[in-house]
Design a protein around this ligand. Structure first.
Ligand code: PEP
Length: 256
């Protein structure tokens, strides 16, 4: 019922023209026969134009790692959604924990960006997740509830349906510590319940919820087999075509 989606977030780890070309030229032929999974690669801004051109005739879409909520103006160092749309970018990662923690992006700011992305028909992937101390203190659901209330505030049903929610426990990002499939599934069910109470059951059943946090070829399958996990947002393992392909294959083998 829900199409799985795998996103590769290169962060600031790869993205020279040579690296982008090498990775995508390897990935394109290997994913050619994948028809059941949406595949998104998010390189740094400077590689976007190049990446869009390389994947043009493939089943890979390109995403940006961030954007601003204004289209134009005196916002030095920011990127307009217009520029992204104009060059053929399809997806936008918003509210990644690194943006929230290092660059102090608030739920309110992410909400403004999200509404802007939707108004421009860009596909947002919006990240939420708790810190380790919050999990240890038994506050995970409270944190997630608060993030959902604020980050997804004032979104129409069409808006939430176009949005991919990425549950990314912060303690699992780049740490090698993956949430167990049961831990992830529990929060994905909770998120779906929240969507049901804000909208309705049908909307909750249709919204896509990815997991993110140290996904690797060795743990992808058990995560994607869970009923409420609709693919993943992958950092480290998305930097090599081989490992990302293994993860995409694991998603493809899981029918939803
Ligand atoms: C991420 O950056 O969204 C992520 C999940 O990273 P990693 O897979 O490296 O934990």
């Amino acid at each position: 019922m829900r199409r799985l989606i795998i996103g590769g977030n290169w962060k600031m780890n790869r993205g020279t023209p040579a690296e982008t070309k090498e990775m995508l030229k390897k990935l394109i032929p290997s994913v050619k026969k994948i028809t059941t999974v949406d595949i998104v690669i998010a390189p740094p801004f400077t590689a976007l134009l190049y990446a869009v051109d390389i994947v043009k005739k493939s089943n890979i879409k390109i995403g940006a790692q961030n954007m601003y909520f204004e289209e134009k103006g005196a916002f030095t160092g920011e990127i307009s959604p217009n520029f992204l749309k104009d060059i053929g970018v399809n997806y936008i990662i918003l509210g990644h924990s690194e943006r929230r923690n290092i660059f102090k992006e608030s739920d309110e700011l992410v909400n403004q960006k999200l509404k802007k992305a939707l108004s421009m028909n860009l596909n947002p992937i919006v990240c939420i997740g708790e810190h380790l101390e919050e999990r240890k203190a038994g506050k995970t659901k409270q944190i997630i509830q608060n993030q959902i209330d604020k980050t997804f505030n004032d979104l129409t049903k069409e808006g939430i349906l176009k949005t991919v929610i990425a549950y990314e426990p912060i303690w699992a990002i780049g740490t090698g510590k993956t949430a167990t499939p049961e831990q992830a599934e529990e929060i994905h069910i909770f998120i779906r319940e929240m969507v049901a109470s804000k909208y309705d059951k049908e909307t909750a059943d249709l919204v896509r919820i990815q997991y993110g946090g140290s996904i690797k070829p060795t743990n992808a399958n058990e995560l994607f087999e869970k009923e409420n996990i609709d693919g993943g947002l992958v950092g480290g393992a998305s930097l090599q075509a081989d490992s990302l392909f293994e993860i995409i294959k694991a998603a493809d083998e899981t029918t939803k």
